[in-house]
Design a protein around this ligand. Sequence first.
Ligand SMILES: Cc1cc2nc3c(=O)[nH]c(=O)nc-3n(C[C@H](O)[C@H](O)[C@H](O)COP(=O)(O)OP(=O)(O)OC[C@H]3O[C@@H](n4cnc5c(N)ncnc54)[C@H](O)[C@@H]3O)c2cc1C
Length: 454
Amino acid sequence: MASPPARFVATSDLVSVRASGGVPRRGRAGRRTVCSDPFEHDRKVARVVHDLRARRSIRPLVRQKRAASHMVARPHDRRRTDDKLDIRDLNAILAIDPAARTCVAEPGVTFVDLVAATLPYGLAPAVVPELETITIGGAVAGGSIESTSFRHGGFHDTCLAYEVVTATGEVLTCTPDDDPLIFEMMHGTFGTLGVLTKLTFRLIPARPWVHVVHQRFDQLDAFLAAMRAHQRADDVDFMDGMIHAPDELVLTVGRFVDEAPASAGAPAGRDTGEAYLTTEAYYFRDRGVGHGKRWFRVGALRRIGQWFQRLVRADRPDLTLDVMVPLSRAPTFLAWYQRTIGHYPVGCTPYRPGHRYEWLAPAVFAGVTDDLYVDLAVAGAAQPAGRNYYRELERALAGFGGVKTLGSHNYYDEHEFWRTWNQPNYARVKRRTDPHNVLRDLYDKTCRASQGRA
Ligand SMILES: Cc1cc2nc3c(=O)[nH]c(=O)nc-3n(C[C@H](O)[C@H](O)[C@H](O)COP(=O)(O)OP(=O)(O)OC[C@H]3O[C@@H](n4cnc5c(N)ncnc54)[C@H](O)[C@@H]3O)c2cc1C
């Protein structure tokens, strides 16, 4: 039997991150990941507050963080010329509590550094996006989903408290009990309601290996039924799928295990058979280990950054986005998708929202009784001349109780937009946290400015 990774040693008696013996440790990209000075965070936040209060300009303001953004590149994005609020130093893990299974960290911490810091305690974040450099702040503000989402929802559903600095420089601590609406609305509002400066979130027990099994189907109904059966039986730790064609579907399930055969670590074939991966290799499969998945085609391109943006056709960008539909409506939605767009593969990840999210309008949930949704991810579908797949999806989704993520191209008109997103809740929090609208309004940021519209 192969040994578990040497550094994966569960400990039980460390209460906060003092493991570095007072010396900050460095993450993979050389960033400081563990902070042992309890006052350093407060000094950083005081600097952010000072910068906000000293500001006289009324130009829009965006955060400048250290890790690269994972929003889909948009060639005429006006936000690139917005003023910058420097939060590049907010990237430390402040505490890991193995007994309570919680972690406190700054928003710029990347998932790869977080996983590296928590695994030695036998713990991991409950939801780990598969791209290493997605940050915890971005995962809350922009949304996140992964193969544990059938159990835990999005990363934000595992959060217990946020420290938020408002646009006027006020520091708030929000929890589901204290300032609950601000707490809930920080998710999915793309940083337009304040700056996340500290997050407290749950960790789950993790083991050294993940045993991955691919199950093949030739019918959507059987594929979705298997997904539902695993969720009800709660007999797997990880679950996601890939629709290669309407009659070629692969459900991938994973279970934490303590040991693996000597051959472990070898990738499985193209969505067939089984594999044993170290837990870290499983989390960051985008590096080419195991099966490719959602966003996989654009993953490498995204890192090329500005250069890539010039190549993206402004008038007809490829279709790269996630949509979320209730599980019971997935068959009719996918039949529409096959007739209308028909691009494959489509990533398919089951997602159980923690509750009916406050940032969505009640109309979105009308007639929906599902507790489980599926996130459907498309990457790199070329659009034929005269078509706008994004717009067609926006119109169609309303009829399916579905929602599109806003991290890609958006063409909603304002009235239509606020039929899906919850304007009364948004306006209530906006008045409190950004009364002068320096962080842009959600519609303006995601549908107008990002599309290059004034
Ligand atoms: C190529 C690609 C691959 C992806 N892969 C995955 C995946 O595997 N799993 C998954 O779940 N998602 C994935 N996504 C989606 C991704 O998780 C979201 O876009 C997420 O928001 C990106 O976070 P980020 O750290 O890159 O933040 P950014 O892209 O920098 O920011 C996202 C949004 O959050 C806001 N924000 C960032 N930090 C803060 C803060 N401190 N306070 C307030 N607002 C803030 C920003 O203003 C912005 O509006 C992918 C996206 C792309 C383009």
